[in-house]
Design a protein around this ligand. Structure first.
Ligand code: GUN
Length: 285
């Protein structure tokens, strides 16, 4: 039976560390501030945005909330981003995705000042990661690395397989594992003989977006399995891309859904807000 990795507990540790530093800044009269923009009322986005704002509040980070109606024009959204880019009191700008179809996500992401792009989605930050330079990392893959490190999982020299190649998870995940000296394979929907590829993994990160797709036939006994997926099953219960009860029979360690990677994404976002403040302060000093 696999060790269950408690992402909620690890996220709590990180949030506590951020909270402490936010308090230290407060003693110097410095406030950390995140602007959160949501366009429309996508139900999943509403839950995510509420969690982000609540976590800001818990950690003493100020959050500015912009809830724009579905019909908001791209021009108006871009003007708001410009305004927030200029404001010295704003450390991070987060535009919740997906956006309504009449707004270009690419234009919106590229409009955010990369120094305030705490989601790490701007091409400048993606490029910095690819070149091994400093920049903001997207919360989910950065959270996976943190989970592995804080659970004592060695990455150096290990066979790492990432299933999924999105800009938000798969690609940055592979880059980060490579940075930690893993031997990295990216598999995706066109990969042939997927179980053969995933069975090579000492560390298997799954971000395919298909409920319970990964069963024990895909997993090497003893492997560390990280599940990035989140879905609601037929009984309205949360589940991941990995069939947890099946895979936990043979894996060495596994993240559950809920309580695995999910809580880490927000914790790392909060860490990025703090880092943004540290960098702008350093530049001003
Ligand atoms: N939609 C789903 N995940 C995310 C995320 O991490 N950030 C933003 N901005 N939107 C999302």
């Amino acid at each position: 039976m696999a060790k269950i990795i408690d992402g909620k507990e690890i996220a709590a540790q990180i949030k506590q560390e951020v909270k402490q530093q936010v308090e230290d800044y407060k003693k110097e009269g410095i406030t950390v501030c995140l602007a959160v923009i949501q366009v429309g009322e996508d139900p999943a986005s509403c839950v995510y945005v509420r969690n982000k704002k609540r976590t800001c509040e818990d950690l003493g980070i100020k959050s500015l909330s912009y809830e724009l109606e579905e019909e908001t024009s791209e021009e108006k959204l871009l003007a708001l981003i410009d305004e927030l880019n200029e404001r010295e009191d704003v450390d991070g700008i987060l535009v919740q995705l997906p956006l309504p179809s009449h707004i270009s996500e690419k234009k919106v992401i590229e409009a955010i000042n990369p120094k305030k792009d705490v989601d790490g989605f701007h091409p400048m930050n993606a490029g910095a990661l690819a070149c091994g330079e400093e920049g903001f990392l997207p919360g989910t893959p950065a959270g996976v690395i943190e989970i592995l490190k804080r659970s004592g999982v060695e990455i150096d020299g290990k066979e790492c397989v990432v299933v999924g190649r999105s800009n938000i998870v798969g690609k940055p995940m592979a880059q980060l594992l490579l940075k930690e000296n893993g031997t990295v394979t990216i598999a995706h929907s066109h990969s042939r003989n997927l179980p053969e590829i995933t069975k090579r993994a000492d560390i298997l990160v799954v971000a395919v977006g298909k409920p319970k797709m990964i069963t024990k036939e895909y997993v090497k006994p003893g492997a560390v399995v990280i599940d990035v997926g989140i879905h609601r099953n037929e009984n309205n219960k949360l589940c991941g891309d990995v069939d947890f009860s099946d895979v936990s029979e043979i894996a060495g360690a596994i993240t559950p859904v809920p309580g695995g990677v999910g809580p880490m994404t927000i914790a790392m976002l909060m860490k990025n807000c703090l880092e943004s403040k540290r960098l702008s302060k350093k530049q001003a000093d």
